[in-house]
Ligand binder design. Structure first.
Ligand code: MN
Length: 325
């Protein structure tokens, strides 16, 4: 590493520590800093495909782990996750320097890394068995592995074409479904979108450019308008959130249900969380008064909950620019 690279790497570590401090001020910063220094020195002569120092990868993985507000052991394991696989570090040494639990996590991630992806069905079962086993011992192993895969997919442009496709297929078939089952939807969606970008770049870019036309401003304006209107009508303290459907989510609907972009009504969505059931129905009336509702798009999951207990009201309305949400 050049002196310049070293100072940039150390700076990134400081940023990581600052973000851990926001949700866990009592984290074991002494040990975390030592785990960083240890991994940095072990990987010192290694570089990534794009030429950056290797330690930038474990640092980025630890950053994703920290964004999920995981504990000190998980952060340390994320920093150390490639040490057993790619350097002369051993399980025993990591156990002694940090803790047996951290060493177990690193070992678990290493075992998952060694599972070779195959598309043959019988062998896929065997791989799945290994993954479930790793997960059942400590679910943090799988979460760290998902963060590892996410960062690799984020930086996959440096891979040759064939490797991009192989990794994308494996991500789509193995890792995104696991993220989904674990309820980590933001990671699941990013894994799918980045996989799609490599598997069907034309389809991916087409949807992305259609989304960019409207942008996030559209939803921000709607949320502000709704908030104001609810307040004026005596509904206070509503929590309003919004989301744009993921590119892969749109892609799947377009290709599997053979629809045009304009025929997908839930690309933009607003969720209003209220205090009680009567406020929900009142808010629905107000929304239908503000925006034109589309016929046959209303679902009352309050009176008829979904089998898993989910209760809410769904409707599709047309925004002022003619865009449904
Ligand atoms: Mn890695």
């Amino acid at each position: 590493m050049t002196a310049e690279e070293l100072s940039s790497v150390n700076e990134r570590y400081e940023a990581l520590e600052a973000s851990i401090r926001t949700y866990n001020p009592n984290a074991d910063f002494d040990k975390i800093r030592r785990a960083f220094a240890y991994a940095r020195d072990k990987h010192i002569h290694q570089h990534r495909k794009d030429g950056s120092p290797y330690i930038t990868h474990p640092l980025a993985v630890a950053q994703v782990v920290s964004d999920m507000h995981l504990d000190s052991e998980s952060i340390m394991a994320a920093l150390l996750h490639d040490c057993i696989e790619d350097t002369d570090a051993t399980h025993e040494e990591i156990a002694k320097l940090f803790s047996p639990a951290v060493a177990e996590l690193v070992e678990g991630v290493t075992k998952l890394t060694r599972v070779q992806y195959v598309s043959k069905e019988e062998e896929q079962m065997e791989n799945l068995r290994k993954m479930l086993l790793a997960m059942s011992q400590d679910v943090r192993v799988m979460i760290i592995k998902l963060c590892d895969r996410l960062h690799n997919m984020r930086t996959g442009d440096a891979w040759p074409e064939q490797k991009r496709r192989d990794k994308a297929l494996e991500t789509m078939e193995v890792y995104a479904p696991i993220a989904h089952r674990l309820g980590i939807s933001n990671i699941k969606e990013e894994l799918e979108d980045r996989s799609l970008q490599y598997l069907d770049p034309v389809g991916y870019n087409m949807i992305r450019s259609l989304l960019n036309k409207h942008g996030d401003d559209f939803l921000n304006d709607i949320c502000a308008t709704i908030q104001e209107h609810l307040e004026q009508n005596g509904i206070h303290g509503a929590t309003i959130r919004h989301r744009v459907k993921s590119i892969y989510g749109i892609y799947r609907k377009m290709y599997m249900q053979n629809k045009d972009f304009e025929e997908i009504y839930d690309i933009y969505a607003v969720r209003i969380i209220l205090e009680n059931v009567s406020e929900c129905y009142n808010a629905l009336g107000l929304i239908h008064d503000m925006y034109h509702p589309l016929p046959n798009r209303f679902k009352d999951y309050i009176s008829t909950p979904k089998p898993n207990g989910y209760q809410s009201l769904h409707t599709t309305v047309i925004g002022h620019e003619g865009i449904p949400f």
